[in-house]
Design a protein around this ligand. Structure first.
Ligand code: ACM
Length: 534
């Protein structure tokens, strides 16, 4: 899982044993190390270098992320279009063995035999993403690395790391010590959705050192995952403004403890702009990704109406009003990133007033904005909340933890198609792929992230890997075997029978919505885009 494009099973397989050799072509030593690390501990095989066992080769005629895997009694032959393709063949190999081989230590059992099979496989999309929000709840590095392993196991290849928000700032920036001494900590945390007005009394926080982030990037790269960092600007900035009030419009208060959208945004004066450039420079130093996330979602312009700094900017730049300030700002960030050979990655709100050329759009407000972005000539990553927001509840069972958003069952996620209807072939070609988003307001630990992510992320992986026209019943029939793999990997997935009694969060009540209500809200939220394209 995700289901390979072409599988021909049959014939005798290949027995693994302590003498099974591994013959990796020069450019595949890292993939060989991954194979040894993944299969060695549980099988007891060291895979010494040499011929006659598993053979890893690059076949440039294959799609870059594609591979062929041929298992027969004489050996295992892996050909990858690139190291990424060979890496995905190794992930498939892991799934062809019994789940016990996925564990981190040896159990009684074996010897293990790989089944006779021939697989030809390649992904439909180049962007198979997961967004993790480490701002609402900080996640220790070890948990992020574990999530990277699980992402890679499902052949996903982008981690969009949402590093800052109103409720916490999670990275060090040179010369700005208060971002982490003040901005990384909040005094309390809201429990459940806003309207219940419940809080715990525990401070929450944490941040990543430069070396933490370098480790995440390097660990991801070994697994052929690109980490796309995001610092959300100019809204969702209350944590930074709590640390440096001069960046705001008069707000002097703590990091936000409640959910929802803070009205306290950057003032966009010279100092705030320099701050953003410094932050982006630091992201460029730490993250090799060509795309750098600038956020841009949900920025209220209310404060700008009465802010002398914002008004001076509006006057100096001859802007039509506060509603034009954000697109002016986004253009400046795009210029700055271009100077470093990078490009803007932003939420679909940056389409309002025109996004900078070359900006890649994360289209989230329902299914509409992906089409708007493509029609405006932007490359786009589809992540509509109505299909792939994994913080939304998985069923209408009253035992679901903190039920928010619309009901997104496994079947709903499986029905997702990154390419919205009605696009020309050229516009459809601008859809880079899809992304499942893990907003963590209501997930305070990796255990809860597991619950929300799995098994829906398994279904999502098929929507971005396999050809269109998938069959949910066939997927559901393959899923129980896959869940035994997740068991071996120690994943706290949602059982198919529904939440367990201790998954419920009566202390953190939610706010379940109907799809009809949400669609009406989205129509209103994206009316400006509709008007612009009309
Ligand atoms: C978002 O969900 N605010 C991008």
């Amino acid at each position: 899982m995700p289901r390979p494009v072409r599988v021909v099973a049959g014939g005798d397989g290949f027995p693994l044993g302590p003498a099974t050799a591994l013959d990796a072509a020069p450019g595949l030593t890292e993939v060989a190390a991954v194979l040894r690390g993944a299969l060695g501990p549980a099988t007891g095989c060291d895979f010494p270098p040499g011929p006659g066992g598993i053979r890893l080769r690059i076949a440039p005629e294959l799609p870059a992320e594609g591979y062929q895997l041929d298992i027969r009694p004489s050996g295992v032959n892996i050909r990858g279009g690139s190291a990424a393709g060979a890496f995905y063949a190794v992930q498939t190999l892991r799934q062809l063995l019994p789940p016990a081989t996925l564990r981190r230590a040896r159990l009684p059992g074996g010897p293990w035999t790989l089944p006779g099979i021939r697989i030809e496989d390649a992904p439909r999309f180049g962007w198979r993403g997961v967004m993790l929000d480490v701002a609402r709840h900080f996640m220790p590095v070890s948990d992020v690395l574990r999530l990277l392993d699980l992402i890679a196991f499902h052949k996903l290849n982008v981690l969009h790391l949402h590093l800052t928000d109103d409720q916490g700032w999670r990275l060090d920036v040179p010369g700005r010590p208060r971002l982490t001494s003040i901005g990384a900590w909040r005094p309390a945390t809201m429990l459940g959705s806003r309207q219940h007005e419940r809080y715990d009394e525990r401070p929450h926080g944490g941040f990543y050192s430069d070396d933490d982030l370098r480790e995440i990037v390097a660990y991801a790269a070994q697994r052929h995952i690109t980490v796309v960092p995001e610092v959300d600007m100019p809204g969702h900035m209350q944590a930074a403004i709590a640390a440096y009030p001069e960046l705001g419009n008069g707000f002097a208060g703590p990091v936000r403890s409640s959910w929802g959208i803070s009205p306290h945004v950057l003032n966009l004066g010279p100092e705030a702009l320099q701050f953003c450039r410094d932050v982006l420079d630091h992201l460029c130093d730490l993250f090799p990704s060509e795309l750098i996330g600038i956020g841009g979602d949900e920025c209220p312009s209310v404060e700008w109406r009465d802010s002398p700094v914002a008004q001076a900017r509006i006057r100096d730049e001859g802007l039509a009003g506060p509603h034009r300030l954000q697109s002016w700002f986004t253009a400046r960030l795009a210029e700055h990133l271009a100077g470093r050979g990078r490009r803007v990655f932003g939420w679909d709100e940056i389409l309002a007033g025109g996004a900078p050329p070359g900006a890649v759009i994360a289209a989230w407000r329902g299914a509409g904005p992906a089409a708007h972005a493509a029609r405006a000539g932007h490359a786009v990553v589809s992540c509509p909340d109505t299909s792939v927001y994994l913080d939304y509840r998985q069923s209408d069972d009253p035992g679901e933890p903190t039920p928010v958003g619309t009901c997104l069952t496994l079947a709903d996620v499986y029905a997702f198609d990154p390419v919205p209807p009605g696009l020309t072939p050229a516009e459809a070609g601008l859809v880079l792929g899809g992304q499942a988003n893990l907003w963590t307001e209501h997930m305070e630990s990796a255990r809860q992230v597991d619950y929300q992510a799995f098994p829906r992320l398994c279904g999502f992986a098929e929507t971005v890997w396999g050809p269109p026209g998938r069959d949910f019943d066939a997927f559901a029939a393959r899923l129980p075997a896959h869940l035994t793999r997740l068991d071996a990997l120690g994943v706290n997935y949602r059982p198919m029978t529904g939440p367990r009694p201790w998954d419920a969060r009566p202390d953190a009540p939610g706010n379940p919505r109907t799809i009809e209500d949400r669609l009406a809200e989205l129509r209103e939220m994206t009316a400006d885009l509709d008007q612009a394209s009309a």
